[in-house]
Design a protein. Structure first.
Length: 113
């Protein structure tokens, strides 16, 4: 008995092109180009989810450093003294305080000094 793959091939093609919807040029209409584009997109998405974490940490460090500098401390000294004093605020929280609630952040710095 002969088995045809028409239904399955069409379903695979339909799902692939649905995943590539919105891509530019032939990547959204041509099966082969779409397959490459979707595969790359998935790989990049995974890698960049990892990168996003370090990007944000870097941004928080810059925000903290910029806010601490006028108060007479460097970023590294501030973090070191925070650790010594046992203050359990992570960089995300500190950056949020520095940006949105400068008075509270100033009190944290005064406590550390």
């Amino acid at each position: 008995m002969r088995i045809k793959k028409g239904v399955h091939a069409l379903k695979r093609r339909r799902n692939l092109l649905k995943a590539a919807k919105g891509y530019r040029h032939g990547r959204s209409t041509k099966e082969r180009a779409a397959k490459v584009a979707v595969t790359k997109a998935l790989a990049y998405a995974r890698a960049h989810r990892r990168d996003k974490k370090s990007d944000f940490r870097r941004l928080w460090n810059i925000k903290i450093g910029a806010t601490v500098k006028p108060l007479g401390l460097s970023y590294s000294k501030f973090i070191h003294v925070l650790d010594k004093k046992g203050v359990r605020l992570d960089r995300k929280i500190l950056a949020g305080l520095a940006e949105h609630q400068p008075q509270v952040f100033k009190r944290v710095v005064e406590f550390v000094k």
